[in-house]
Design a protein around this ligand. Structure first.
Ligand code: UDP
Ligand code: MG
Length: 314
């Protein structure tokens, strides 16, 4: 199990209790052994202390602690890289992804029919209307303009085979948008429909602004359609300009009226200037992504793991 944690000191004890219960139940039924990999994504609270404690008392617990907050995407990546199991499940530490569903997910994947089992929330209970509106339309838009289809409401709670995890790890990109990556790698995914669950403790770090930027990340990472806007608008305005030129020439020749229209010139100037800036901005977005990719910076920096800690103590 791979668990990204950012300021989860309140949720962690409850979460640990729940996964211990579920894993106990599962190993009773099947010959299964577990490892729990927690990623401390630069938490400002006592998360890392709690993880050290958990590791001391339970050898199945491993942890990776980042040098600062690198974001959930990096945390998931680090966890997947560290995982050794034949199956990997990614889940949040706040119990919004109920571990009780894992046995069911395991059954689906074990049957061989699916390579991955994931949850899809069918209700957006407890979420603001504005956010739901934007979320729904984001999925509609991205599925229209991108080859990679992203299922509306699909969550990061995923049970995957080793093969699928390895495929995900083969994608080296810096700008990671997991929802897209999970879908891009293919494989058969079973979606289990769930109701939205509220956090057990602590609070979400996702503000509306952060979510909005994240959705743009998804669009720029999985679609080049916005780049085509510039070409489309360019052609459109050329046609409009041509019609206007012909109309003006014909009017001057037939009616003999001199051309007036200072306001329209200003309006057109502003409109076209604005559109040009918009298109430059869109190209800029792609260039900035390429810039970040070219740097080949590490996606996260590990400060401490259960292994380095034990070595240090010896
Ligand atoms: N998380 C993380 N790094 C971050 C933000 C969040 O590792 O920068 C973790 C967090 O601890 C939780 C999961 O990602 O386990 C989901 O975060 P959160 O509950 O804040 O998001 P929401 O469920 O509201 O989408
Ligand atoms: Mg949450």
């Amino acid at each position: 199990m791979v668990v990204p944690c950012y300021n989860e000191q309140e949720s962690l004890p409850l979460f640990y209790k729940e996964i211990t219960r579920v894993s106990h139940e599962m190993s009773g039924k099947n010959e299964l052994s577990f490892e729990f990999i927690f990623i401390n994504d630069g938490s400002k609270d006592n998360t890392v202390k709690l993880l050290r404690e958990l590791h001391k008392n339970d050898a199945r617990v491993r942890y990776i602690s980042f040098s600062r907050n690198f974001g959930k995407e990096s945390a998931m990546l680090a966890g997947l890289k560290a995982s050794k199991g034949d199956y990997v499940v990614i889940l949040d530490a706040d119990l919004q992804h109920p571990p009780a569903l894992i046995p069911q997910m395991y059954e689906y994947v074990k049957s061989g029919e699916y390579d991955c089992a994931a949850t899809r929330r069918i209700s957006r209970k407890g979420e603001s209307r504005v956010l739901s509106f934007f979320a729904r339309n984001f999925y509609k838009l991205i599925n229209k303009i991108s080859q990679t289809q992203i299922v509306d409401g699909a969550q990061d709670f995923r049970f995957m085979t080793r093969q699928m995890v390895d495929s995900i790890l083969d994608l080296p990109e810096y700008n990671r948008f997991s929802k897209g990556i999970f879908s891009w790698v293919g494989y058969e995914t079973k979606y289990i429909e769930v109701e939205n669950t509220e956090r057990v403790a602590g609070k979400t770090t996702w503000s509306f602004q952060k979510l909005f930027l994240y959705s743009l990340e998804g669009i720029f990472a999985f679609s080049t359609a916005p780049l085509a806007i510039a070409s489309f608008l360019g052609v459109l305005f050329c046609i409009i300009a041509l019609i206007m030129i012909i109309a003006t020439v014909v009017k001057t020749l037939t009616v003999g009226e001199s051309v007036s229209g200072y306001p329209i010139i200003i309006c057109m100037l502003c409109l076209i200037g604005g559109l040009q800036l918009l298109c430059t901005g869109i190209s800029g977005q792609y260039i900035s992504k390429m810039y970040m990719e070219c740097k080949h910076r590490p996606k996260y920096i590990v400060k401490e793991t259960e292994e380095t800690k034990t070595q240090g103590e010896k």
